[in-house]
Design a binder for this molecule. Sequence first.
Ligand SMILES: NC(=O)c1ccc[n+]([C@@H]2O[C@H](COP(=O)([O-])OP(=O)(O)OC[C@H]3O[C@@H](n4cnc5c(N)ncnc54)[C@H](OP(=O)(O)O)[C@@H]3O)[C@@H](O)[C@H]2O)c1
Length: 493
Amino acid sequence: MSEPWLITGATDGVGLALARHCLANGQEVIMVGRKALAELNEEMFTARNYCQTDLSEEESTEKIIAYLEAQKVTRLRGVIHNAGIGWVGELAEQSAENVEMLTAVNLLAPVRLTQALWGRTQRVIFISSIVADFPSPRYAVYAATKGALDALARSLRAEGGGPHIQTLHLGAVRSGFHAKAGMTLDDSVRDKFPSAEMAARWIAGKMEAGDLQSTMGLKNRMIRGLSWLLQAPISRGLPWRFGEKQAGMSASPGKHAVVTGSSQGIGAAVVEVLKLRGYTVTGVDLSLQGAEVTADLSRADGVSKFIETLAALPPIDLLIHNAGINATGAFAGIEEEKWLPVVRVNLLAPMLLTLGLLQRKRLAKGGTVVCISSLSHYSGYPGASVYAATKSGLAAYASSLRAAFRPESLRVLSVFPGPTRTAHAREHSPDNSKEHRRMDPVELAERILRAVERGRVRLVPGIGNQLSAWLGWMAPGMMSALVRKLLFKKLQK
Ligand SMILES: NC(=O)c1ccc[n+]([C@@H]2O[C@H](COP(=O)([O-])OP(=O)(O)OC[C@H]3O[C@@H](n4cnc5c(N)ncnc54)[C@H](OP(=O)(O)O)[C@@H]3O)[C@@H](O)[C@H]2O)c1
């Protein structure tokens, strides 16, 4: 084979239709799927073009690379990250294993494979979904993984110097996807969806054209447009929630707050401000210095141990997902041992912790969940693409979580801090000479608490950050290019 396309999830639905379409048009294709070759009835699958591997397994990328080497494929025309799984239902009914599985297939596998193929592929095409930025109460984790992929693509494009990166958004397609995700659809509804073949033809057209981003169909483009409007960096929520009552928590004696990553930086400042307001605080961190509980949130057993600890404590009025780590540098050069914990701490841990607490009914009625995302959600973050992916994934998860509850039972505040005067910022910034300009963490903590009290849904703290967020929202390409110039280029020196 000279320069084939590589399509993941090519055994069913859109991926299968796309592989058929490419082969029928004389293009060379390597197909990836988890089923054994013997199980596949179609003649198009042969040992020379089909690589069997389960993308939920860490070794799947190594297997694909070994397969390509065995087939003497040194260069790809493009990789199409199509494999994806969903889960639909009440948030609390999803299992922790399923959350892990969705993250592994929809996010970790594309990150790993993109990195392994960097320099060996002309294109990287992410098959995303219109729900990536859309509040999706019944598939919050799925939306978070797709939102994370979109942000990854955006920051990778801004880094430049690698393959051409495309993001293609599909709306509902008639495939086995919904049934596998546990969704029963009426035939009359399902029949209205475009077929997998139509979606495949549309994708093939975009593969030809090389569009950076595209959404299939007018209705879906309108939904994407609405998602964009809903992302506007204003602190009020949806119009029908404008009339929310203020929570009035300025002095909150006896209320229980849980803060992850409480020992330093923003977490420590939040704890300080909470204690001044009379909260009883349970902080968690790697060591007991500045924390009541120790747990390693980069590990599934660390998160479940923390959930068990919290299950024995009073209900939680305020849950602050603050713990976050970063791994900076050009995407291609960041080792997995550095970026994987970023995904686990920044995105997976908040989803697992929220799930565990919902299942054990530990979130008090009328309480608030705060998700500390990042300004990178609006600005992109070339030089920390995986970090940017996790922070946008968390923002997408927060929107869906908010949509799942009425404000009187649970509120959700998303916070998008910009540069803050912490050790984290110092460690990952290429230039600390103007550190004094970064926001004081105590000031940020006070702003967060005020936003909680006022029942805000979104907080971009400080006028400078707000300007950046608006610019990033209105002109994402320009903003990412600016961040590339100000940050990424300096990181490269
Ligand atoms: N269908 C929709 O309405 C819709 C809407 C928006 C976006 N999308 C996105 O479009 C893409 C394709 O969806 P689809 O409708 O074609 O879904 P599908 O019919 O369920 O096909 C998904 C493909 O991914 C494979 N896959 C799943 N888990 C895997 C794993 N662990 N290892 C390897 N392969 C795995 C499946 O293999 P098996 O055959 O073994 O299951 C199948 O080949 C997905 O990324 C999805 O998120 C779909």
